[in-house]
Design a protein around this ligand. Structure first.
Ligand code: PHE
Length: 509
């Protein structure tokens, strides 16, 4: 079906909504959009939308006019109420002979305000200072005009340029720059208003009644040829695109992907890794709890964990494992949370797969969401993707772990990384990975890792080493794209044009 764009005025009238007509009627002399909005009255967004349409139909012209206006700052408002400091001092001196500096304290001005005001009075030759004594040589009325010009500014009246400059300098007023849009009808617009059809009420919305009465009603026409302002192309979200790259990197390094769920029991998230049951990470300030849910875990496994938790691990090769020497409460293990790390999944895989075939080396990864009760800022998101990795093999060491960092981040094109020791209840040693964010000009944590403590593995009958890590996906992407604020990548603050414009080649190597 092709629809002809109507060019003659009657055709155009049929495209106009009642609001469009009102706006057009109010544009017969050059008028600003906000005064149209006040006059009709109709909210600004609607008026703007109508103006855009009238413009695209050639019925109005639109002009932007830059203008400045002056408003009182907070300080200015205070002075408007109490009087300018120099005026108040002059008034005080007028009332009181033999005034000293000390007496001026009663005005409650701060040091800078006081000094500035005294300076002004001196320059105006209005005061004389003799030691501690200050006296007025003229009359305070000399400052009356200046003082009352603050009211003029509040009332949006003009004041003289000299005062304006002084007030600006003293931060009593601030300059607001705004652009105003003005609309003015075109000849075609005027013709359209004169058309016989202009006063006909066209039906805007198709209701059941309108359809039933269709023969007697006039319907507004829709311009099916109108341009659509939104670019008609989509793209994969850059986080997803980066995620594919991460998965590809790990797959090429011989890792298999683990499956997991967003909810997890506190047993798998914390207890199995021997987090103390009163560890601060478990607080509701840090972790999201799912109310009313309970999770059951293999009783014999809980028993084993409980034993290590309370009394340690006898077969420990270093003979140093004493446990926490406090009671483990299995009821605490039943709570359900939005998992705080994917290491919970890693331990499920240790239990379900690795412990069942201890001779077979294994490498697993997951790239999935974790949830922490964090306040959103430049480097923190309350839910983010964690890149978990685990390697089970003979002869693993800290060197192997560090080797994986360089190999993995190298594949992502992130070269500037460094490591530092850290602490986790379940790894020893524990290593933090940092990346250099050029924009923030500082090192930020992009991962945490370590060698699992033998205590965490003994319940699974594992006595080989396991190395593992959790890397932060969005922080790595921020480095890759050279953005300083993670909120640019997703969440309510993203700029769609930025996201659309990111070149895939910037993400994919
Ligand atoms: N779970 C840790 C975190 O969330 C990362 C980690 C994984 C550390 C595996 C050591 C071993 O930060």
């Amino acid at each position: 079906m092709t629809v002809q764009k109507p060019t003659e005025k009657d055709g155009i009238v049929e495209l106009l909504s009642e609001n469009d007509k009102k706006v057009l009627l109010n544009s017969q002399v050059r008028t600003s959009i906000d005064s149209i909005s006040n006059r009709i009255p109709l909210d600004m967004d609607t008026v703007r939308a109508c103006v855009r349409k009238l413009f695209s139909l050639g019925l109005v012209e639109v002009e932007n006019e830059a203008s400045v206006s002056y408003v009182l700052t907070e300080k200015g408002k205070k002075y408007q109420k109490e009087g300018l400091p120099e005026y108040r001092i002059a008034r005080l001196l007028e009332d009181k002979r033999g005034t000293t500096y000390k007496d001026l304290d009663s005005l409650g001005l701060d040091r800078d305000e006081l000094n500035a005001a005294i300076g002004i009075l001196k320059r105006e030759n209005m005061i004389e200072i003799n030691g501690n004594q200050i006296s007025l040589t003229g009359s305070s009325s000399k400052l009356l005009h200046k003082n009352s010009s603050l009211n003029d500014i509040a009332d949006k009246k003009e004041i003289d340029m000299g005062l304006m400059d002084e007030f600006k300098r003293r931060k009593i007023i601030e300059v607001l720059e705004n652009t105003k849009e003005f609309v003015n009808i075109t000849a075609l617009g005027s013709d359209v208003i004169k058309s016989n059809k202009f006063s006909v009420r066209f039906v805007d919305k198709l209701t059941q009644e309108a359809i039933e009465d269709w023969k007697t009603l006039s319907f507004r026409r829709y311009d099916l040829n109108a341009d659509i302002p939104v670019p008609l192309f989509g793209r994969k979200n850059i986080i997803k695109e980066f995620m594919s790259m991460v998965k590809e990197a790990l797959t090429s390094m011989g890792f298999k992907e683990m499956k997991s769920n967003f909810t997890e029991s506190t047993f798998w998230n914390f207890d199995v890794m021997l987090f103390k049951q009163d560890h601060p990470d478990r607080d509701i300030q840090d972790t999201f709890y799912v109310s009313g849910a309970k999770a059951k875990t293999d009783k014999s496994l809980i028993k084993k964990i409980k034993k290590v938790y309370e009394t340690g691990f006898e077969e420990n090769p270093y003979n140093l494992s004493l446990g926490y020497d406090s009671k483990f409460d299995p009821v605490q293990s039943e709570k359900v949370i939005l998992r705080a790390h994917t290491t919970a999944t890693t331990f499920r895989y240790i239990y379900n797969l690795i412990s069942k075939d201890k001779d077979k080396p294994a490498r697993y990864f997951s790239v999935s969401k974790v949830f922490r009760n964090e306040t959103l800022d430049q480097t923190h998101l309350p839910e983010f993707y964690q890149i978990e990795g685990i390697v089970y093999d003979d002869n693993l060491s800290l060197r192997s772990l560090i080797g994986y960092f360089y190999e993995f981040y190298g594949k992502l094109g992130i070269k500037k990384i460094r490591i530092k020791p850290t602490y986790n209840p379940y790894t020893e040693p524990s290593i933090e990975v940092q990346g250099f964010n050029e924009r923030l000009n500082r090192w930020i944590e992009i991962g945490n890792s370590g060698i699992f403590r033998p205590e965490t593995l003994t319940s699974f009958g594992i006595n080989k080493r396991i190395i593992a890590w959790g890397f932060a996906l969005e922080r790595a992407l921020a480095l890759r794209l050279n953005v300083e604020d993670i909120r640019q990548l997703y969440g309510p603050y993203t700029d769609l044009n930025f996201l659309r414009g990111v070149k895939t080649s910037l993400i994919l190597n």
